[in-house]
Ligand binder design. Structure first.
Ligand SMILES: [Fe+2]
Ligand SMILES: [Fe+2]
Length: 298
């Protein structure tokens, strides 16, 4: 059985002027040399830019699977689309269906011709990363978790992610992780190779690199702990670790920082696309060389 050529990117943030040159060049490269499968790891674009991004990706001749990112579910207070959960669970999947793209939070993408399944989730956060250490070392600052306040500035999710009555970041985290576990369980029964795609990092190894933020990486600052608390969760992390022997590749986005490593036989990558510079990973088969093309303003 042949191995597919897979291309992976994330964090295109379609519609932001600072992303335009890189996004145009990236799509052009994919059009000239389309892969067998394209995976997109979230933050396609806020509001109508999500659709604009899908329209551009639809000009590439290949099947596409994606997860949503936090920016994709931002809503304003008077947003006629409703709350963030409706956007996530109804409107974005409809938009994907229109383009025949696979919305991974609604089911694994089974590709029997390659003996492969792609399992993905937007993944969310519940303070299970970073929260305990923050409470121990900075007990007077635990209010920052709920308010999403750093020492300077606030996380925009606190303003633009609006869950309906009765839902919280913690309940969304559990819901998404449970869906992911069910999808993974189904996928491993039918496919010999599994690729995992998440927006928020699946593992701390794919999260914000401490060295980029810290003078002393052994003692993370309060802001670093807050970033961790808003980046992922230990439930999904546990599911990945428990099933690592069945997974070939785990790819995440969101941090805009490149990371790579391994977990047993599974390769780990954070795509690392930033605003002006986008990364495109090309894999010639799951065991093959990993090439990273970088696109940015000239
Ligand atoms: Fe992003
Ligand atoms: Fe993000």
């Amino acid at each position: 059985m042949n191995s597919p050529k897979i291309a992976i990117t994330a964090d295109l943030h379609w519609g932001l002027p600072k992303c335009e040159a890189a996004n145009t060049a990236l799509v052009e490269s994919l059009r000239k040399n389309p892969p067998d499968l394209l995976l997109v790891g979230g933050d396609q674009g806020a509001e109508f830019h999500f659709t604009d991004c899908l329209k551009a990706l639809a000009t590439i001749c290949c099947p596409v699977g994606l997860v949503a990112g936090n920016h994709d579910i931002w809503v304003r207070s008077e947003d006629t689309r409703g709350d963030s959960w409706r956007v996530f669970d109804e409107l974005l999947p409809l938009e994907c269906a229109r383009h025949q793209f696979h919305y991974l939070d609604h089911g694994p993408w089974l590709l029997p011709e390659w003996d492969l399944a792609i399992v993905g989730t937007m993944n969310w956060y519940d303070h299970s990363w970073g929260g305990e250490e923050l409470a121990r070392r900075f007990p007077k600052d635990t209010w920052r978790l709920e308010q999403m306040c750093f020492t300077r500035g606030r996380h925009n999710d606190r303003v633009y992610v609006r869950w309906p009555e009765g839902m919280t970041n913690a309940s969304v985290t559990q819901d998404l992780a449970t869906r992911f576990a069910n999808h993974l369980e189904k996928a491993v029964t039918v496919a010999g190779k599994i690729v995992v795609l998440t927006h928020h990092p699946a593992l701390p190894e794919l999260g914000f690199p401490a060295a980029a933020r810290e003078s002393d990486p052994e003692t993370p600052s309060m802001d670093h702990l807050l970033w961790e608390a808003f980046s992922g969760n230990s439930r999904l992390e546990g599911i990945i670790r428990d099933n690592a022997d069945k997974i070939s590749l785990v790819v995440s986005g969101h941090t805009h920082r490149w990371r790579s490593g391994s977990l047993g036989q599974a390769r780990l990558v954070n795509v690392g696309s930033d605003y002006p510079v986008k990364n495109l990973i090309r894999l010639n088969g799951l065991g093959g060389e990993m090439e990273v093309e970088e696109f940015g303003p000239n």
